[in-house]
Ligand binder design. Structure first.
Ligand code: ATP
Length: 367
């Protein structure tokens, strides 16, 4: 399948000398939903704005639909952008907001009408075509903003935090609408967010960035199951991953936590961690894989520890237990809502098959 958008060694150095994006490489297939995610200031908007042509590319190549477009004006790039503050024209009706970009491009009026009506149908905006933006709800305004992109019939849709101004409930329903819209249009989306839930729910592939560097590019499942480094492990997933400092035992068969508790490694881990015997290492695991029930404790007898409970939140089908291993590192455990954790210290265990080990120096995933 042909790639729709290719970024090859793309760098951005702002005129003040600040290096905002380093060697960004990706080949985006037609119809993908790529989410650029990361904390504030990591360079995701800069990357999107370089694709849009709103920011000059300092070095590297940007290829859209087989053509190098570094020096092509934004309006000629076959892209359409939806911004966070939808930027609708307050004095125009929904119809004219949708038609505007085509009118200024002098598209044939019959064609404009057909495209506006098609976009309005896709987005369920037909009943609102004669309203002004202030007579719409936040979600409807957001749909008009998407509609303005759809009428342009671009190869690539670029979206910069389009849901960040909406309340939590509306964000949820707009996420669903965006997924459906993406399916219906079968177009390529590149979407910027700092919200890891949007990244996990919307993306075909997520790009996590930090300090201008790409940390990992992977499907949501791959990224959740196997975060490439400690940063990605901490960024993707709520509640966040638990991290433990300790070392591999001299015989290479156990992880010895600083609290004195040891965890028996699986055969696979013993093999992969051979060169780490007697060396410091970071163990990490999702709160989902901590268990306190008798059957699990018996099954995982090599990874039982004392969980000192500070408090817990009951959330219906599950409980979130906040505590520490022994007296040392903080741990969050997501356990079955029926499990009882009333004592100050309870016996808990890990499913060691679900535990990751990271190199303490490089922070990269070992196994
Ligand atoms: P946010 O989620 O806060 O929008 P972001 O990941 O999108 O963050 P960018 O807007 O891409 O971050 O900015 C990346 C870095 O580049 C930041 O440190 C920012 O301060 C810097 N930056 C952005 N615009 C300029 C500029 N015009 N000149 C110099 N530095 C800039």
């Amino acid at each position: 399948m042909a790639s729709d958008v290719i970024l090859k060694d793309v760098n951005k150095v702002y005129p003040n000398g600040f290096h905002a994006v380093y060697d960004f490489n990706i080949e985006i297939e037609k119809g993908e939903f790529i989410v650029l995610a990361g904390p504030s200031g990591c360079g995701k908007s800069t990357t999107l704005r370089m694709i849009a042509g709103l920011e000059e590319i300092s070095s590297g190549d940007l290829i859209i639909n087989g053509k190098r477009v570094n020096d092509v004006a934004p309006k000629d790039r076959d892209i359409a952008m939806v911004f966070q503050n939808y930027a609708l024209y307050a004095h125009m009706t929904v119809y004219h907001n949708l038609a505007f970009s085509l009118t200024i491009r002098k598209v044939d009026p019959v064609e404009i009408h057909a495209r506006v009506m098609k976009a309005a149908e896709i987005l369920g905006l037909v009943p609102y075509l004669n309203r002004k933006p202030k007579q719409l709800s936040g979600g409807q305004r957001q749909r008009v903003a998407c509609g303005r992109a759809i009428v342009r019939d671009p190869v690539v849709f670029l979206l910069d935090e389009p849901l960040s101004n909406l309340d939590a409930k509306l964000r949820g329903s707009m996420r669903k609408e965006l997924m459906l819209l993406h399916d219906r249009l079968n177009a390529t989306f590149v979407y910027v967010t700092h919200d890891q839930i949007e990244a996990l729910t919307l993306a075909t592939r997520i790009v996590v960035m930090k300090d201008g560097y790409v940390q990992q590019i992977a499907t949501p499942k791959e990224m959740y199951d196997n975060p490439a480094n400690i940063f990605v492990a901490g960024f993707i997933g709520t509640p966040p991953m638990n991290f433990y400092n300790g070392k591999i035992s001299k015989d290479g068969k156990k992880f010895e936590h600083i609290s004195g508790t040891s965890f028996k490694l699986t055969a696979n881990q013993v093999a992969a961690l051979a060169e780490y015997a007697d060396k410091e290492i970071v163990m990490a695991s999702r709160p989902d894989y901590v268990y306190v029930d008798d059957a699990s404790l018996e099954k995982n007898s090599g990874s039982v520890f004392d969980l000192k409970v500070d408090y817990y939140e009951y959330l219906g089908s599950y409980k979130l237990v906040y505590g520490t291993i022994g007296d040392s590192e903080a741990i969050i455990a997501k356990i079955d809502g029926r499990d009882i954790v009333d004592a100050a210290v309870v016996k808990a265990c890990y499913d060691m098959n679900k535990v990751h080990f990271y190199d303490k120096e490089t922070t990269n995933l070992i196994v």
